[in-house]
Design a protein around this ligand. Sequence first.
Ligand code: SF4
Ligand code: ZN
Ligand code: ZN
Length: 316
Amino acid sequence: MPSKCRFCDKQAAVYLRYANLRLCKDHFVNFIENRVKGTIEKYKLTNRGDRILVAVSGGKDSVVLLDILYRLSEVYDLDIHGLTIDLGIHSYSPAYVKVANEHYKRLGVEHTIIKVGETYGFTVDDLAARWRRVCSLCGTIKRYIINRFAVENGFDSIATGHNLEDLLYQGFSSIVLGDLEGLAKVSPKLEGKDKLITRIRPLAETREKDILLYAMFKNLKFVKVECPYARGARSLRLKHILNMLEEESPSSKFAFSNSIYKKLGPIVSSFISKENEELRSCSVCGMPSRGVTCSFCKIALKANPDYKPKSLKLRL
Ligand code: SF4
Ligand code: ZN
Ligand code: ZN
């Protein structure tokens, strides 16, 4: 006899071992939205009336994040605005930007698309042609643009689609490398200060598999093309170890995340926060920097000798 959903007479579409729940599609969608709501409330990710900048790449995590935040924006009285960065990776960026755009239009969400090439005179493809470690350069570029856009346009926080496994991978890897600063950043919320805007991760307690199922059950289009510069061997190995742990003990990922988010992270960040106090203003662009020139301006000046910092303020 087919198994029924725990909450209705429909046939179950999924079995969640970690919660011992069989759910139909509708109740699964409900379950995930409530899980995200639970994370928002438990970690006080938002305040009523907040203006939130949602970073949407067009991949499954950010598409699901936008969809759920849009649904919750009335409940929590949030004003959301989407931001998509066109990195100029020719075999990858156009498809992602197109899908992100389709979701903004479907939901009627205000949004901005920033083309790195047009704005700064170089693309991630250009960087990859000249330097190794392109992911680290690309990460710096994305963080800079998102933060600068949020600062200049008065957003209260930046929401990103980091899921449970992304953060556990970061936590695991920081512990293995003894990287305390990295460990302090493994949290559903990173409080901002001055020109560093608060970052929130509403999917921090939602499994990647559940995000994928949510997108499929809701027919949300997302891009699956992998970036040509993705390496990922190490992260895939660590994620594999986490999945093996989950096989043995279905709730182990949640236990691990709970101990990092609630115990280890806060202890470590109370030491690390002193370092942030030492941030100064970049001599080129005026954004927060550890040295005289910020990491973004260093990359930009090497990639384009004519680089000048650009305001990302919206013209309303
Ligand atoms: Fe950028 Fe690396 Fe991600 Fe590609 S895989 S989008 S280069 S961070
Ligand atoms: Zn049901
Ligand atoms: Zn700078």
